[in-house]
Design a protein around this ligand. Structure first.
Ligand SMILES: NC(=O)C1=CN([C@@H]2O[C@H](COP(=O)(O)OP(=O)(O)OC[C@H]3O[C@@H](n4cnc5c(N)ncnc54)[C@H](OP(=O)(O)O)[C@@H]3O)[C@@H](O)[C@H]2O)C=CC1
Ligand SMILES: N[C@@H](CC=O)C(=O)O
Length: 384
């Protein structure tokens, strides 16, 4: 119960109630990962803080900010100076430090946000939920490791009456996951989802197909713009698009594992091993093979890297998941894509041959952070 109310019940004659404060709901947020997306998210929350407080009576307090080595805690909410403040913290922390801090300060309305790309970090989801946190994630790993993890997490969420939102897992800030979820829940039979799922590879092939720039130059540009995964090989080997396909398949309650996806890996064999740093020094190895792929197309065609979920989607194990490079007419829907736009064509029984099309920026820190922020607000509205 609100502490002011408790005080009022104990001392009914004392006028303690601040009506403004009673109206306000405080949300306690812990943000893990402060790179491109996480950093922008914190800035966006700070920029909108006052307006959200005044117009929606929500007090968004970021009480914890963490990267892989430093943790910043502040029960009043970390300030706009957080970038300097976090590096001034001692190196090394554990998740328990965050859980203990939240517990000792009796925070409720807790949200933990995973803006890492870390495989290990998702192991924190269960302990977070058991300690009262709802989850928001731009990290796709939690939804794309084994089905056992996927199902157990949902059981734990349901047992503890917590939620997990991850709209940015597919299509960055585009309203894709929620649309698919609602169509499916309402009984609409989705028969195929196809398109350019990767914002970074969209940017890469849109620019490479049109201009005279070398593949390696455009790739470096996409990396510099923050469109790629922290390790760009995750995009180029097809894993990132594969994960997005799998996330959508699982929204349709299909029982697929990552190993079911047929993926065309775009990375030349000699660049597949070694460190990320080695890889970044050898981007020129992409130039000849991709020059040939571009040159050997039919006239008026362009390259696009697509994801395709099709088959008998009414059966748990009936789906075909495919990720591949294709050459399409420049004047087709896929061929006309610009910038870092993704495009998703959603085919279903009611919509027949005219799919629902969702298109827009599919990568970038600004739009992704905005999508994560949207999930935070959605959750905040549901919390007490
Ligand atoms: N960029 C985009 O357009 C989109 C990105 N996403 C997803 O957003 C996520 C973040 O991407 P992006 O911001 O570009 O990545 P960055 O590499 O810029 O940032 C990653 C952050 O995660 C931190 N981190 C890594 N491991 C841990 C850990 N175990 N605990 C706490 N923090 C950790 C890193 O800290 P440190 O610096 O100490 O290593 C860094 O602050 C990814 O999962 C990506 O797939 C989703 C949609 C679009
Ligand atoms: N690397 C991803 C970023 C968002 O998920 C992409 O290129 O789409």
């Amino acid at each position: 119960m609100n502490s002011i109310l408790v005080e009022k019940i104990k001392n009914p004659n004392v006028s303690l109630i601040d009506l403004e404060q009673l109206k306000t709901k405080t949300i306690y947020i812990a943000i893990f990962g402060v790179g491109n997306v996480g950093g922008r998210l914190i800035d966006q929350i700070h920029a909108s803080y006052r307006e959200i407080l005044e117009r929606r009576d929500l007090d968004l307090k970021i009480f914890a900010i963490a990267n892989s080595s430093h943790l910043l805690l502040d029960k009043e909410g970390c300030s706009e100076n957080w970038r300097d403040a976090i590096i001034a913290q001692k190196v090394g922390y554990t998740l328990q430090d965050v859980l203990t801090y939240a517990q000792e300060n009796e925070f409720d309305n807790l949200i933990a946000i995973d803006n890492t790309a870390d495989v290990e970090f998702v192991l924190n989801y269960e302990p977070l939920v058991k300690s009262g946190f709802s989850l928001v994630s731009s990290n796709k790993i939690g939804n794309t490791i084994g089905l056992d993890f996927y199902r157990n997490l949902r059981k734990t969420l349901s047992k503890h009456k917590k939620e997990y939102l991850y709209e940015t897992n597919v299509g960055a800030g585009l309203p894709l996951v929620d649309t698919i979820k609602l169509l499916h829940l309402s009984g609409e039979n989705i028969t195929r989802i196809k398109g350019v799922f990767s914002g970074s590879l969209s940017y890469l092939f849109n620019r490479f197909s049109e201009g005279n720039k070398l593949f390696s130059e455009v790739l470096q540009d996409a990396i510099n713009k923050g469109y790629t995964e922290p390790d760009a090989r995750e995009d180029l080997c097809g894993n990132d698009v594969g994960r997005k396909l799998l996330i959508l398949a699982r929204e349709l309650e299909l029982h697929n594992e990552f190993s079911d996806i047929q993926i065309e890996n775009l990375i030349p064999k000699q660049l597949r091993q070694g460190t990320k740093e080695d890889f970044l020094l050898q981007l020129k190895d992409f130039d000849v093979p991709f020059h040939l792929k571009k040159k050997n197309q039919k006239k008026g065609h362009v390259l696009r890297y697509i994801g395709d979920l099709r088959g008998d989607l009414s059966k748990n194990d009936g789906a075909i998941l495919e990720v591949k490079l294709v050459s399409v007419p420049r004047n087709s829907m896929l061929g006309q894509l610009k910038g870092s736009d993704s495009i998703f064509e959603i085919y279903s029984e009611s919509y027949g041959d005219n799919p629902i099309v969702i298109q827009g920026a599919g990568a970038g820190a600004e739009v992704t952070a905005r999508g994560v922020f949207g999930d935070v607000l959605r959750l905040s509205n549901k919390l007490n």
